[in-house]
Write a protein that binds this ligand. Structure first.
Ligand code: NAD
Ligand code: KPL
Length: 308
């Protein structure tokens, strides 16, 4: 008899967590959601599962769920919370991870991955960078808003895990990356050039075309930072890609703009906050990036939003 398939434990039944959970489950993979506490579990059971809306069609997925303090061991964990919740979430789950556990980290930006890995030295941490788009339309209801691509990789072990075939079966479009840190740095640089300015000018991405000099200066400084951090490849053609992304997403509001507009905490500490901290560690003076960070901090502070 063949081994039973390893369960995908998924922490964070939000946008990306719900999207991954529904697709894996409908492809036949065993999935269990991990919810914060008994209150959330009761509310989830009341709803009857996660609803995924795709191309206007809603379908309910009655997935199994448990709380963080469930005693069952975890061999494969998808951490699908925000970057600022990741370290706390893994700390609570660490005692449940098996010696051969694998943890997939879906967080945007940089900084949280290192903090998570330090909490679970026994586990293999696989980093992800995704351009898929999903948002929550209500409790336990997720809308798949934009098809995209997910890169996965492990800077400490370049061998791909065998379960990538399960992602394929689930229709999760992905590639194994031999330079996942480069990909995460590149995305971070794009987010640093675009997202804070959209918040400060209170505009859609496309309106940044009216600020070409500011964008060019920021891209120069971000390129310098990437070189200094040993990420020369991620610096290549950065300005051109920023311009291309702004054109391609001209009608959209950036994710940070959406967070601020809805009074939600941003991931600033893992994006421009991380970039400025890295520059400081290297004693690299990047005046425009630092000033942008300060302006953004002031803006968030005035709205009562956290600075990290
Ligand atoms: P989200 O806020 O929709 O979902 C996060 C979920 O995690 C929430 O349901 C929250 O309650 C849960 N959570 C947090 N801490 C928990 C804990 N300790 N125990 C149990 N549950 C916990 O967030 P999201 O949009 O899915 O984003 C997740 C990450 O993916 C972020 O870093 C984001 O930047 C990145 N990302 C998101 C998208 C997207 O389109 N949504 C795209 C690319 C990258
Ligand atoms: O990734 C993005 C976001 O909104 O977070 C874009 C705008 C595409 C680049 O910063």
């Amino acid at each position: 008899m063949s081994d039973p398939r390893t369960t995908w434990h998924i922490l964070g039944a939000g946008s990306l967590g719900g999207l991954w959970a529904a697709r894996l489950a409908r492809a036949g993979a065993p999935v269990r959601l991990i919810l914060r506490d008994r209150g959330r579990l009761a509310a989830y059971r009341q709803a009857g599962g996660v609803t995924l809306v795709e191309r206007g069609q809603a379908r309910l997925y009655p997935l199994d769920a448990e709380t963080t303090d469930d005693p069952a061991p975890i061999r494969r964990l998808l951490l699908a919370c925000k970057a600022y919740d990741a370290e706390g979430a893994i700390a609570a789950l660490a005692p449940r991870l098996t010696g051969d556990a694998e943890v997939v980290l879906l967080q945007n930006g940089l900084g949280s991955q290192e903090a998570v890995a330090a909490r679970v030295p026994q586990a293999r941490c696989i980093l992800a960078s995704s351009t898929e788009g999903a948002f929550r339309e209500g409790a336990w209801r997720v809308v798949f808003a934009g098809h995209g691509h997910t890169w996965l990789g492990d800077p400490l072990d370049l061998a791909p895990p065998h379960w990538l075939a399960e992602l394929e079966q689930a229709g999760i479009v992905h590639d194994w990356s031999l330079d996942i840190l480069g990909r995460l740095w590149r995305k971070l640089a794009l987010n640093c050039a675009i997202n804070p300015l959209t918040v400060l000018y209170d505009c859609r991405n496309g309106a940044l075309q009216q600020h070409p000099a500011e964008l060019a200066t920021l891209c120069d400084e971000l390129g310098e930072l990437l070189h200094t951090c040993g990420q020369a490849a991620a610096a290549e053609g950065l300005h051109e890609e920023v311009q291309r992304v702004i054109r391609a997403t001209a009608a959209n509001y950036s994710s940070m703009h959406q967070d601020v507009a809805q009074g939600r905490r941003t991931e600033i500490g893992y994006l421009i906050g991380h970039a400025c901290a890295a520059a400081e560690r290297h004693r690299l003076v990047l005046p425009h990036l630092a000033a942008l960070h300060q302006r953004l901090l002031k803006h968030l502070n005035q709205r009562g939003l956290p600075s990290h």
